[in-house]
Design a protein around this ligand. Structure first.
Ligand SMILES: O=P(O)(O)OC[C@H]1O[C@](O)(COP(=O)(O)O)[C@@H](O)[C@@H]1O
Ligand SMILES: [Mg+2]
Ligand SMILES: [Mg+2]
Length: 344
């Protein structure tokens, strides 16, 4: 009986399809001998739900799932049907997956207790980000933050399990439903991006070890609110225009963040008269992207402090957000200091 060592094919006839998300998660789990696989399973559950939501977004125009749902959420925003569908899909997948004990969702007033006696993780999620862009076929996303519960597994969910600062995240990420669908996440050991190969139903590693450029020439801000901006924001934006930076604003946080993460740039959603604490939510938008940003060498601030160090007080609390390339955010924040000293 002949036994030969495996020789990878050299013919080039069958190109390698690459590393699937599943294999990547497995390979990373091997790096942590004490890892029990629950976080890996949770990431798989998120990937599954995002495949389903991807299918729904792709056919939103056909299947009568575009448009408003006819209800408002706790933020007072009109819910889109796809907001509700994505919320149902992620909550169902996470509940069936068995790794999660509690969920904080943009679309839910209260914490959802999954009454899962073995669930170790708490997840905060923006099921559908960029809702205003759903019906006009512009990139939208999903954003998630994962924490380990603080109280014993199986015991009643406590405030301390939920109200954790971003520094306590064990993983975070986003899904971008754009010209291609991508899943980008970190577990605190770098940032990796996976592209969805629809025909195979698999995410494949396409952006290993993402590093954000230290600086860039793109700024993203809704200039329609500029009459509400503090003087330092105006001064920084004038400086950007002076330097002929490009203005790019999609109006979907995930998409604006993703572009700037890869190309270099800054996204700012400042405090405005309409939103004195900014518009974006700390627990299921800012924290997740801040963890990704920092893991890729970029930064995220509320204008005064690291987003990740903010102690949450309210499930749906908002925060101003300055996020992106290190040098650009540093410069933007320096204007606040300049105006402060000029005012004194
Ligand atoms: O229309 P505005 O005020 O510029 O706000 C746009 C921002 O609001 C959001 O749509 C808020 O997120 P949701 O769509 O999840 O509510 C962000 O994605 C986006 O960056
Ligand atoms: Mg959002
Ligand atoms: Mg949303």
């Amino acid at each position: 009986m002949k036994i030969l060592p495996y020789q990878p094919d050299q013919s080039g006839l069958a190109y390698s399809v690459g590393t699937t998300l599943d294999r990547f998660i497995k390979s990373k789990q091997r790096d942590f001998p004490f890892a029990s696989g629950e976080l890996s399973q949770l990431l798989r559950d998120i990937a599954l739900a995002s495949k389903i939501v991807n299918r729904e977004t792709n056919r939103a125009g056909l299947a009568n799932i575009g448009g408003a749902f006819g209800q408002t959420n706790v933020q007072g925003e009109e819910q889109q049907k796809l907001d509700v569908i994505a919320n149902i899909r992620f909550i169902r997948a996470l509940s069936k997956g068995g790794e999660v004990c509690a969920i904080v969702s943009e679309e839910e007033d209260a914490v959802i207790d999954l009454q899962n006696k073995s669930g170790k993780y708490v997840i905060a999620i923006d099921p559908l980000d960029g809702s205003s862009n759903i019906d006009v076929n512009i990139s939208i996303g999903t954003i998630f933050s994962i924490y380990r519960r603080k109280t014993p597994i199986g015991s009643p969910i406590q405030e301390e399990d939920i109200m954790q600062p971003g520094t306590e995240q064990v993983a975070s990420g986003y899904v971008l439903y754009g010209s291609s669908t991508m899943l980008v996440y970190t577990t605190g050991f770098g940032v990796n991006g996976f592209t969805y190969e629809q025909s195979l139903g698999e995410f494949f590693l396409s952006h290993p070890n993402i590093q954000a450029p230290e600086t860039g020439s793109i700024y993203s801000i809704n200039e329609g609110t500029q009459n509400d901006w503090a003087p330092e924001i105006k001064m920084y934006l004038d400086a950007c225009k002076e330097k002929k930076y490009a203005a790019r604003y999609i109006g979907s946080l995930v998409a604006d963040f993703h572009r700037n993460l890869l190309k270099g740039g800054i996204y700012i959603y400042p405090a405005t008269k309409k939103n004195p604490n900014g518009k974006l939510r700390l627990m299921y938008e800012a924290n997740a992207l801040a963890f990704i940003a920092e893991q890729a060498g970029a930064v995220a601030s509320d204008g005064n402090m690291r987003i990740l160090e903010i102690q949450p007080k309210d499930l749906h609390q908002r925060t101003p957000l300055f996020i992106g390339s290190k040098e650009m955010v540093k410069e933007a924040l320096s204007y606040a200091r300049k105006t402060a000293t000029s005012i004194i």
